[in-house]
Design a protein around this ligand. Structure first.
Ligand SMILES: CC(C)(COP(=O)(O)OP(=O)(O)OC[C@H]1O[C@@H](n2cnc3c(N)ncnc32)[C@H](O)[C@@H]1OP(=O)(O)O)[C@@H](O)C(=O)NCCC(=O)NCCS
Length: 209
């Protein structure tokens, strides 16, 4: 497993539910390992190629930050690693949905008919992805977020905890939708929106120094 923080804890539990044995974690910040981490940290990201050679070729990248997850996954693939998806046994995934390599679908999540979840994407706890949605590579749909039908989440976008998105809207690549927002208009790429309804100029958005 690449990653050894809090996000790794939940990923390890999902993988174990599926019968996987997690041999080792790689973390560039081993001091930050949470107390519950019971898998040894065997190095950092510079050790990816060595560890894949030592321990077999299957790998899961358990890093919450979307850009970091994309970067580290590229290192795993370059080292010949095979990305496993981690779909919780306690998620509900339609037989017509597709889940990409290295994606994570957490307990309580629903991925409905003909939805697609891209490579390395995260569908977090109790998130709901309705029919024909497209959740892009390296994106993250946060806990309890609800995407109505035909929503597109672009590559690397973060949809915060508890967000609601009405049908057919597009959330641009590498954008962020703040926690609790209601998305009723398309979101431009690489922008931050929040509020109900979600806008770029949400209260407080101009206050950050
Ligand atoms: C919207 C967001 C990206 C803004 O981050 P930020 O720029 O670091 O924001 P700050 O905490 O500095 O807050 C700046 C202002 O925006 C307001 N604000 C922050 N998040 C907000 C939100 N989700 N909705 C409405 N207003 C928000 C703050 O109250 C603050 O206003 P103030 O200056 O009047 O007090 C972030 O708060 C957020 O919601 N991220 C989503 C996180 C998430 O759900 N991740 C899933 C992890 S599992």
């Amino acid at each position: 497993m690449v990653g050894g923080g809090g996000h790794a804890l939940v990923c390890i539990e999902v993988l174990r539910e599926l019968g996987c044995h997690v041999v080792a974690c790689l973390s560039d910040d081993p001091e930050a390992a949470p107390p519950g981490l019971d898998v040894p940290i065997a190095g950092g990201s510079r050790d990816i190629a060595r560890l894949l050679a030592d321990a077999g070729t299957h790998c899961f990248v358990a890093v919450g930050d979307n850009r970091s997850r994309a970067r580290l996954t590229a290192l795993v693939v370059a080292a010949g690693g095979t990305l496993v998806p981690a779909v919780s046994a306690n998620a509900v995934v339609s037989p017509t949905a597709t889940i990409g390599p290295g994606a994570l679908v957490m307990p309580g999540a629903v991925v409905n008919a003909w939805a697609t979840v891209g490579a390395g994407a995260i569908v977090n706890t109790r998130a709901s992805i309705d029919h024909e949605c497209s959740v892009g590579d390296w994106s993250h749909v946060g806990p309890g977020a609800t995407l109505a039908g035909n929503v597109t989440v672009g590559e690397g976008a973060l949809v915060g905890v508890g967000v609601s998105v009405i049908p057919g809207r597009m959330i641009g690549a590498w954008s962020t939708v703040g926690a609790g927002a209601a998305v009723v208009r398309d979101v431009e790429p690489s922008t931050v929106v929040a509020g109900v309804p979600a806008t770029v100029g949400y209260a407080g958005s101009g206050t950050r120094k």
